[in-house]
Structure formats: C-alpha cells, structure tokens
Design a protein. Sequence first.
Length: 174
Amino acid sequence: MNVKNAIKERKSIRKFKEKSISNSLIKEVIDAARKAPSSHNLQPWNFVVVKDKKKILEFEENDIFIQKEMYKTPVIIVCCVDDNPYSKHSNRKLEIAMNFINLSLASAFLVLRATELGLGTCYVAWCNKEKIKKLLNIPKEVIVPYVIVMGYPAENPSPTNRKKLSEIMHFEKW
Ligand SMILES: Cc1cc2nc3c(=O)[nH]c(=O)nc-3n(C[C@H](O)[C@H](O)[C@H](O)COP(=O)(O)O)c2cc1C
C-alpha cells in the first residue's frame, strides 16, 4: 500500500475482531512513530502498549473510557508526551505546544502504518487520563493527551466528511 492509499483507507475504527495482534506488528507501528520528525529532534514521546486482558479489565473497573465499546479493543496504545520544554527556548507555552505537535506527528505515522498492516485504529481522547497514568505507573510530569485503540477491524464505516480543498487551500494569498 502506498501513502496515498493509506491516507485514503484510514478511518476511525471502533469495533474490533477478538483476534490478537502479534508483538512484532505492534513494534512495526510504534517504529513508524519513532521515525517521525520532531522539533530540535527532541522525540518527546513514549508509547505504553496495553494488551493484557487483565489490564484492560482493570481499565474497565476504573471507568477509564466513556465509550464502553473501547474495553473490547485488543490493544490500547497510551500516547505520552514529555512536559519538559526545550530548555534553550524562553517561551515555555510555545514549547509545550510544540511537544504536542511532535506527538501528533508521530501518532499520524503510527496510524498510517497500522492501516498499511491491515489494522484499524481510533484516537480516543475521551478517557480518564489521570487514572490511566496511575494504573500504568506513568511519571507525574508526563502528559497523556489521548490513547489510540488498535485491532483488526470488525466494521467498515463510511468515510466521514471533509471540507472541500477549495475551502482550506489558498494559492499565494488567503
Ligand atoms: C485527537 C483526537 C481525539 C479523538 N477522540 C475520540 C474519542 O474520544 N472517541 C472517538 O470515538 N473518536 C475520537 N476521535 C476520532 C474522531 O472522531 C475522528 O477522527 C473524526 O470524526 C474523523 O473521522 P475518521 O477518523 O474516521 O476520518 C478523535 C480523533 C482525534 C484526532
């Protein structure tokens, strides 16, 4: 699959087959994230892979997700970003924002590679991130903006709408 098709094929998948994903495939998708660009090449990301059914049950017992179907996901990738901005820069707010941008880029690489491998994904921000941090022993200073659920798709939703290219693209001036 080429990049064009991976972009076309990717859509949020929220229902998965029970089939588990091999660790080598999981490593493939995280490795794609690892190769993303980042400001100052900081690579301020970490990914905690949760696939143990007991752990996912613990998520359920702790009411981590608002959407109950997420507990049926075979793999939850907890996306983490450092809260330690580039120290040479004076604008701390901007640098923290930059770290989020970096994590987003890495996540986009991750979901496109997952698509190429026949896996479905969905970003899930609608979850209790502080409880996730506690359950997984994630350091206090690390931020979890969202998780990515991943598995073999058990649904094929219609593509969601997008703005027209002419609405968002401007040649030479706005
Ligand atoms: C940062 C982010 C957070 C999201 N959080 C959720 C979520 O909590 N629950 C959910 O069902 N979908 C979530 N989504 C998926 C979006 O609803 C979805 O990407 C959007 O509707 C476009 O659909 P598509 O991904 O199928 O193209 C999230 C997407 C992003 C990028």
